[in-house]
Design a binder for this molecule. Structure first.
Ligand code: ME8
Length: 514
């Protein structure tokens, strides 16, 4: 089995501060990267910033600083966010780095050599906000009667000399590619949208600009800079060493297993990008997953509405693991979702404090009080005990198949089924009553529970790394015994192991009414 996994986030525009949407995409990739590492994969997890183009140039201008100084500053905000959220990326790429210029120019030359680039002139609509060209018939009328892009972005008329990529010639090959790779675009509904878009026919794509110069120069023609999306998409190959195709990382990790993106940029990733890569004679990535859109208390998140959610503030208010859990659990991954205080507090108090936290806390406290703070020695397991232990053992397989489809919410739900089953088992077995009546049976019950919690805490690590580690510390599970192998190789808690005094891991969130 090929145990390598390459996952990427979009590279974010440095026109603005990072917000919850950016944190969400990278979080999903982080959970996946952590999951795969625990599952024995060699993982490469990439994130970074998209620093060229008109949009960034204009933001720098508005800030009154040179674009490079501006991008240095804003890019750092994205790194700070990644640190604050404990993301485990292996590289953080910036498109203004020299390694990236080299990669962009190389891919350009390959497209040119393949006969897929020609010089012409572009006359049409462009939306700086989306950094995208639009055909006349795609535009809508805005509230003030002016033309706007389907995304709502204002458009401007552009006329300039431009190189084109022969995208029109790629429609059939793309359709064949989608057919041969049915999971290339997920979720399925998004796949259908892309397929019907391509079936509608593709126009050649303008891939250079001449009216500003914040970008990668086109090789052989200094008048042109590369279209920011060709530049940006190439980052996924730059980071693994391209254009050096003998580079160790490139050989190991290209083609990427997963480009995680928001639904807003699916077309660039699922149409343009595989066409570019295949035209360059290189292997196309294996999957693009387009997730949904977050709103804030029912409203579209936007700077003009003043309702941008700062992920750092969320972490300060609710705690990192709580925010990580909420974002991945609340919304079926792929669907749109709404952030609300009520919803996150609800999840914290019911799923985390009442279900998971309470299970760990009451079991560990009983062990501490009644078993001399040692893992109790179990006697023969009854049918009830085995039912719980078997359920705990079966979760990894379920979570694995959910994670392979990026169904984070279902992966978590599968874990919670066993958490709830464990709580029901505690209530049914009532170990506190057994203390006097049948201490040997109490030991077996508490052992069964502690062993189940070991499984659960190993499995929740990708989602809530800190809280899971604290539960595993309380069970004295060593750092070498926290990977998924320890759920499949017959490992189990050793009776007699001395345990530290338990401490609650998921406090209830008490609303401040003041
Ligand atoms: O598009 N809900 O960068 P970008 C969910 N530079 N996700 C959201 C979101 C929201 N409300 N808002 C943003 C670009 N996102 C290009 C990408 S890749 C080669 C170049 C997330 O800064 C989501 O992942 O506009 C979306 O696709 C991405 O941020 C857009 O980030």
């Amino acid at each position: 089995m090929d145990k390598r996994y390459y996952v990427t986030t979009p590279i974010y525009y440095v026109n603005d501060a990072p917000h919850i949407g950016h944190a969400y995409t990278t979080l999903a990739c982080d959970a996946l990267a952590r999951f795969k590492r625990l599952d024995g994969y060699d993982v490469f997890f990439l994130t970074g910033t998209d620093e060229h183009g008109q949009k960034v140039e204009k933001s720098a201008e508005a800030a009154g600083v040179a674009p490079q100084i501006f991008t240095d500053r804003v890019s750092q905000n994205f790194r700070d966010l990644a640190d604050a959220m404990d993301f485990t990326h292996d590289d953080f790429i910036r498109t203004t780095e020299p390694r990236h210029t080299q990669a962009c120019q190389d891919i350009w030359r390959r497209l040119e050599d393949a006969g897929d680039i020609y010089l012409g002139s572009y006359a049409g609509w462009y939306a700086v906000r989306d950094e995208a060209f639009y055909a006349e018939d795609e535009l809508k009328k805005g509230p003030d009667g002016s033309k706007i892009a389907p995304t709502g972005a204002p458009v401007e008329w552009v006329e300039e000399p431009s190189y084109f990529f022969r995208l029109s010639a790629w429609a059939d090959r793309l359709l064949k590619f989608y057919e041969e790779n049915p999971d290339f675009i997920l979720p399925k509904t998004r796949r259908n949208e892309v397929v019907s878009f391509v079936k509608g026919g593709l126009m050649d794509l303008s891939i250079s600009r001449t009216t500003f110069n914040w970008g990668v120069p086109v090789p052989g023609n200094q008048e042109h800079i590369m279209y920011v999306w060709l530049d940006a998409l190439t980052n996924y190959m730059t980071a693994v060493g391209y254009p050096d195709r003998d580079a160790e990382l490139y050989k190991k990790f290209w083609p990427a297993d997963l480009h995680m993106v928001g639904k807003d940029i699916l077309r660039f990733h699922a149409v343009y990008w595989p066409a570019f890569v295949m035209a360059a004679g290189l292997p196309a990535p294996k999957r693009v997953f387009a997730h949904g859109w977050w709103t804030n208390e029912g409203e579209k998140i936007s700077k003009s509405l003043g309702n941008v959610i700062d992920p750092l503030e969320l972490v300060d208010s609710y705690g990192l693991d709580q925010v990580r859990y909420f974002l991945l659990r609340e919304v079926p991954f792929g669907n749109d979702g709404d952030f609300s205080r009520r919803a996150i507090i609800g999840r914290m108090n019911s799923d985390l404090a009442n279900d998971y936290g309470n299970l760990a806390q009451r079991v560990l406290s009983m062990v501490h009080k009644n078993c001399e703070a040692r893992v109790p020695a179990p006697g023969a397991f009854t049918e009830d005990d085995n039912r719980l232990l078997d359920a705990a053992k079966a979760v990894l397989g379920q979570v694995r198949s959910k994670m392979d489809l990026q169904a984070f919410h279902e992966a978590l739900e599968a874990i919670w089924v066993v958490i709830r089953q464990s709580n029901a088992y505690v209530d049914a077995q009532a170990p506190w009553k057994l203390r006097k009546e049948d201490p040997a049976r109490m030991n077996t019950v508490l052992y069964t529970l502690a062993e189940t919690i070991r499984h659960l805490a190993i499995l929740t690590q990708p989602f809530m790394p800190d809280a899971s580690a604290r539960i595993l510390d309380q069970l004295v599970v060593g750092s070498g015994a926290r990977s998924f192998a320890a759920l499949e190789d017959g490992s189990a808690l050793a009776a007699g192991t001395e345990l530290p005094k338990p401490l609650g891991v998921f406090p209830r969130y008490v609303e401040d009414d003041a």
